[in-house]
Design a binder for this molecule. Sequence first.
Ligand code: SF4
Ligand code: SF4
Length: 70
Amino acid sequence: MVKHIVDPEKCRGCGKCVENCSLELWVLVDREGGKDKIAQVTEEAALICHTCGMCSEGCPEKAIVIINEE
Ligand code: SF4
Ligand code: SF4
């Protein structure tokens, strides 16, 4: 099981993680209030992410931490 944790203080909704994931496991969603976006993984991500690290390494804000609990 893989967990993806996004730091809401760091994420600025740039969408790089959405672009960088070849499995299309990231989406941008509205933050509370609807003004800004934040990255979120899809439900399948926990099962099919192959922990390539492209999302976390490509994040300019270093907002993503991946935990592999295998
Ligand atoms: S790449 Fe980083 S800052 Fe940009 S949307 Fe994804 S988590 Fe947020
Ligand atoms: S580690 Fe790779 S496969 Fe998993 S969510 Fe990030 S970019 Fe996608």
